[in-house]
Design a binder for this molecule. Sequence first.
Ligand SMILES: CC(C)(COP(=O)(O)OP(=O)(O)OC[C@H]1O[C@@H](n2cnc3c(N)ncnc32)[C@H](O)[C@@H]1OP(=O)(O)O)[C@@H](O)C(=O)NCCC(=O)NCCS
Length: 392
Amino acid sequence: MDDRTVLKNTGLRGITVASTKISDVQGTKGKLIYRGYLVQDLAENTSFEEVIHLLLHERLPTSGELSALKDKLAGYRALPAAVIDALKTMPHTALPMDILQSGVSLLAHHDPDIRTVSRDASVEMGLRLIARFPTMLAAWERIRNGKDPIDPDPGLDQAANYLYMRTGEKPDTETARSFDIALVLHAEHSFNASTFSARQVASTRAHMYAAVSAAVGSLSGDLHGGANVRVMEMLLNIGDPDNVEAFVNRILDEGKLIMGLGHAVYKTDDPRAGIISEMSRKIGERIGETKWYEMSKLLEKKGKAAFKDRKGTDIFVNVDFYSASFYYGLGIPVDLFSPIFAISRVAGWAAHVIEEQYAEAAPKPMLYRPESEYVGEYCGPDECSFVAMDER
Ligand SMILES: CC(C)(COP(=O)(O)OP(=O)(O)OC[C@H]1O[C@@H](n2cnc3c(N)ncnc32)[C@H](O)[C@@H]1OP(=O)(O)O)[C@@H](O)C(=O)NCCC(=O)NCCS
């Protein structure tokens, strides 16, 4: 093949495009740090609301600041009636990530700060989006099933409210806390594809909603937020632990991917995977169905071994691998797994948009504008002579 026809794609790997104070992913050490704190510590000791404060306000909240933030989120959580009406007009077969992405644009029309250019206004817009993502997702699940949305309960936090608004039943403390931990674990991950999309859009001085809408689109892809859906589909497709080994061999022989394995940055197991694995085991035990957890464990073991046999290198488990069986255990429909990722990650996106827009940057805030290498036609040493329509 003429190598001029092969288009190069670096995927921007290894290129540092900007500095950030929000998070650090240390791929070889397997560490994820939000504003100085290890994600494992945050998962054990904080709530999602505390992490929202940490990400947007740059430090953990005092108890007074935490209650003020919870009050604010409670005040923002309900969707404008016009947005619910608009959701009711969408086809029930719509892809949930598309609903979320459309919903972000719809919410922009109702944000009183949409024309205000200030850090405070961006923070408020970010908080409104964070508060409303779970409401929108729960409302959409009910609407597509022909049911009326349930109003948020001001007494519940982000995690418990989402579970409540899906079904109308308040979750028990353990279930709500485990979902809260999942939100903490997914909230931030430096310059991943969706966050970079948000920052790239924010660098044009577009507003918070434009940036977050782009991020939702980016997260919808199979290689990013869509992977947790594909993991569950894979587990359902395997069906039984006895089929795991044959499945692994077939997938690798066909040059396909075992979803939930591999990562663009981690060169060891994802630090979040072990925590979610335990949550998957516990929810399985609580509902009396540990099959999906056990199958995941076996698939991880067989998948890693078979990959090493074939490629001679290790492959590691990522955050999506066990979040699939965890969400399944919570009774969440499989096609809502990626939007669930979004209701947490929107906190990280908002923090990055604010940093992109308002952090002091040297030499000055820059619009992202990489170079590309043109490998298309020139008809000679110079450009082609224009060919009139009837001569083509
Ligand atoms: C996440 C991902 C895109 C990272 O990619 P990457 O670090 O750039 O690694 P590459 O795509 O270059 O893969 C290197 C090799 O490992 C293989 N590989 C990577 N992940 C694999 C997986 N999950 N299953 C099987 N093979 C895999 C690739 O096919 C490639 O093989 P090759 O060298 O013969 O072409 C990739 O691992 C993947 O697609 N994983 C599955 C999807 C997933 O779980 N995504 C969620 C990420 S949080």
